[in-house]
Design a protein around this ligand. Sequence first.
Ligand code: NAD
Length: 497
Amino acid sequence: MTAHITHFINGSFWSGTAERHGEVFNPATGEVTGQVDFASLAVVDEAVSAAKAAFDSWHKTSLSRRSQVLFAFRELLNARKGDVAALITAEHGKVLSDALGEVTRGLEVVEFACGIPHLLKGGYSESVSTGVDVYSIRQPLGVVGIISPFNFPAMVPMWFFPIAIAAGNAVVIKPSEKDPSAINLVAQLWKEAGLPDGVFNVLHGDKVAVDGLLEHPDVKAISFVGSTAIARYIYETGTKFGKRVQALGGAKNHMVVLPDADLDLAADAAINAGFGSAGERCMAISALVAVEPVADELISKIQDRMGKLTTGDGTRGCDMGPLVTRVHRDKVTSYVEAGVDQGATLVVDGRNPQVDGAPGGFWLGPTLFDNVTASMSIYRDEIFGPVLSVLRVKTYEAAVELVNDHPYGNGTAIFTNDGGAARRYQNEIQVGMVGINVPIPVPMAYYSFGGWKSSLFGDSHAHGMEGVHFFTRGKVVTSRWLDPSHGGLNLGFPQNV
Ligand code: NAD
């Protein structure tokens, strides 16, 4: 029997009948396990109206009450993180330990948002002029929309909504239609935590729901994460409709290995960051830049390790699960074929892998290419699968030029034992997040997450203080309390005396 997955609006699951649906799969078996309702424009309006009504009282709720709700939500999510992770594995396919890892990283943002009374503190200057004080405050925006990708069904939404809600906004989230169930459980936990109905709403669907949010006059801001083509569209459309927009796009993350690096550490990192979550991570390493003469030794170490990796059903303790859909698996496979056609050396072929799982699953094993060049499509495009490409360069300078010439600038890592080289790299590289001997440099919640170039449209990165600023507007108040000695007419521009 397939599950029926529907919207969560104004504190309850939607009771209407949807005209359009999407199929949800278990990627480890290939079977359809759910039918998800797709929102019409009328349903978008229902969700936004509920959020708008809830915002009216939520933003007036005291900071201490708001942070109490955040703390209660944190406790409930922590207690139920295993259930959220199981839903992720069932619909996304990533292995259970990895699903638990993403919920834990999301929890860190909830913990950060629990400190909202401190985060919203403004400045105060006494006596800027005689008898005049100035202070700054930050206020919420209203209804904010969040549109998230399939690859982190819990963590990516949690980059945004804990801070948005703590700051006093009301949220309408449109998760990926490929793995919609985890966020519905999260919605129930918010309700249990005491969040008033309508402050957190879930809208399932496709482009219709997204466009409905982008064009709705009562939606004041959009946080989007997904592929670059859609991120660009979201940014252009959202700003055209007068909204504040942050749109995080795709990636091609380079790992540069210098000749003095610890090659065992580098080989472990390349495997973990290249094939974890079947390469379906925006911070996955997909291009390994070996500065000669390290390539042969490094590739041999990586190849040894790849021989030990297991691929299979994410509930069975394997290293790597299936890809999210058959269509996506076939697209990634077509890149492997293109790599061969374009002359790269296929060192490990992941097509037809041995798997611990059902034959109908969307399988593709870890794949390694050598002698990849900058003009090949396996290097230019984001593949978003378990395909690692090795590019050989002669010098550090050539490595930096390669990375900086690439249109994406999400994450990068350098492996070296030379502090001076690492420091130079962090300074010269045109990428938003840099790891030094760390392969997936995802910043902690109290720093901000975001790339450069085609990996981010808009100004603000996610979470940290940039997240607090994105979900609030600044206001500066200049005040004077009546003092009879300062009355009188003066038509000149105010000056401080
Ligand atoms: P996607 O762009 O296909 O979908 C993202 C969201 O946009 C989904 O909710 C989807 O329903 C919606 N959408 C899809 N097509 C649309 C259209 N034509 N109009 C309006 N909305 C549309 O991305 P995905 O395949 O779900 O996720 C993978 C992508 O996300 C990769 O490119 C990955 O790099 C990127 N990603 C980036 C980051 C980051 O921080 N930069 C993080 C995670 C994922």
